[in-house]
Design a protein around this ligand. Structure first.
Ligand SMILES: [Zn+2]
Length: 174
């Protein structure tokens, strides 16, 4: 269904090797199966640090290093895939639209960024996704997204997060 190769966006990316239908299930991710580390532990270990790009928050100030295929998916401000989160650590990737063979599979990283990094503030990165609606600076805070995007996607966040931030999501309830 996919291959991992050099991407025009950044580093390696994940590419469809056949046509994919909208809403097709692409990847299951279970970070509970992986060991978890504190940022200090990752920083101290050269091998872990080298894969720092693949660290994923698992709660309680700890991170897993996920090197599964989906972890190579690049960010795009106009993505063709999305993540539905059962919990912070158990999630599934689906196609957001029909995807043609050869296209790179992308996610909007901000859509899954709520309550991350143990309150240490938000990550940010310069985006070179090249899409028309590129935000330029991408910030790891769901609540900075345009309201209509929040409304469309907040249901994919873990139920525990939706409950925790109910007052901030309330305006999207319909
Ligand atoms: Zn962008």
């Amino acid at each position: 269904m996919y291959e991992i190769k050099r991407s025009g966006i950044q580093g390696k990316g994940v590419f469809a090797i056949r046509n994919v239908k909208k809403n097709e299930h692409l990847f299951h991710i279970d970070l509970d199966l992986l060991p978890s580390y504190s940022l200090k532990e990752i920083d101290k270990d050269p091998k872990l640090k080298a894969n720092g790009d693949h660290s994923d928050y698992v709660g309680n100030g700890r991170y897993a290093i996920d090197l599964s295929p989906s972890s190579y998916m690049n960010h795009s401000c106009n993505p063709n895939c999305y993540v539905r989160m059962k919990t912070i650590t158990i999630k599934d990737v689906y196609a957001l639209k029909d995807i043609k063979k050869g296209e790179e599979l992308t996610l909007d990283y901000t859509l899954t960024s709520v309550d991350q990094f143990a309150g240490m503030g938000f990550w940010s990165m310069d985006c070179k996704c090249g899409s028309e609606n590129c935000r330029g600076l991408v910030v790891g805070d769901f609540f900075t997204l345009p309201k209509e995007k929040q409304s469309k996607f907040y249901r994919n966040l873990p139920p525990s997060i939706i409950k925790k931030y109910a007052s901030r999501f309330k305006e999207h309830y319909s």
